[in-house]
Design a protein around this ligand. Structure first.
Ligand code: PGA
Length: 242
């Protein structure tokens, strides 16, 4: 049994959407309402300034949405992986499609960030995903393989497959498509000796569809944006793991 195989991951990516008051209320409500869940690893990834203030229940760890590709030094505005580790983070999302498309991050940057996270004994959550154009022209698998191989860390990471066209749109691939793509990604990982890597799905996961997605054999968890902002829907997703 490997270190990951027992649990499913529910990772909340709050993006730039939560203020301080809402975030503290959310954390309090989570502590008051969430039962202990040994088979689920929740992770909350708030904006950087909130990282030191959230008190989370035992089934929920702290994560960050990004970190610097550099170790330390004169990089104004950047946040190092080591500081995130000191502040209590255990996971760091790297290479989210918004970072790649809006802020020009390359797969090389993403790999460097993942290596910084690993060097600080945290787990990188490496995101990949195809555009609508690629999906519609049937290039998804070839594109994802190249993208994954270009940013592949060499150990202990989590992969999150997030079709760009499913993020924040309410449009979700069919369950068969999710399973086929995730199983393909697992094969690619096996070929690199990384077969134990958990593979998460992300993109318009909601309380209503989480149970079916999480029941797929190749889905080891979900990365959730919009539906992680409300305590009710986040709890529903946490409780969708059977
Ligand atoms: P969404 O975002 O759940 O709002 O689609 C997912 C993500 O960007 O990680």
């Amino acid at each position: 049994m490997n270190r990951y195989s027992m649990r499913k991951y529910i990772i909340a990516n709050w993006k730039m959407s939560m203020g301080k008051g809402e975030a503290l209320d959310f954390a309090k409500a989570l502590g008051d309402n969430l039962e202990n869940m040994e088979h689920v690893q929740g992770v909350i990834c708030p904006s950087f300034p909130l990282i030191g203030s959230l008190e989370l229940p035992p089934s929920v760890a702290l994560g960050a949405q990004n970190c610097s590709a550099f170790e330390a030094g004169a990089y104004t505005g950047e946040v190092s992986a080591s500081l995130l580790g000191e502040m209590g983070c255990e996971y760091v999302i790297v290479g989210h499609s918004e970072r790649r498309t809006l802020f020009g991050e390359t797969s090389e940057d993403v790999r460097n960030k993942a290596m910084q996270v690993l060097a600080c004994y945290m787990t990188p959550v490496v995101c990949i995903g195809e555009s609508l154009e690629m999906y519609e022209s049937g290039e998804t698998k070839a594109y994802l393989k190249d993208q994954l191989e270009a940013c592949l860390p060499d150990q202990n990471f989590i992969l999150a497959y997030e079709p760009i066209w499913a993020i924040g749109t309410g449009r979700v691939p069919t369950l068969e498509e999710i399973e086929e793509t995730q199983a393909f990604l697992k094969e690619v990982l096996v070929r690199h000796g990384l077969g134990e890597t958990p593979v998460l799905y992300g993109g318009s996961v909601k309380g209503e569809n989480a149970k079916d997605i999480l029941a797929l054999p190749s889905v080891d968890g979900v990365l959730v944006g919009g539906a992680s902002l409300k305590i009710g829907s986040f709890l529903k997703i946490m409780r969708s793991v059977v």
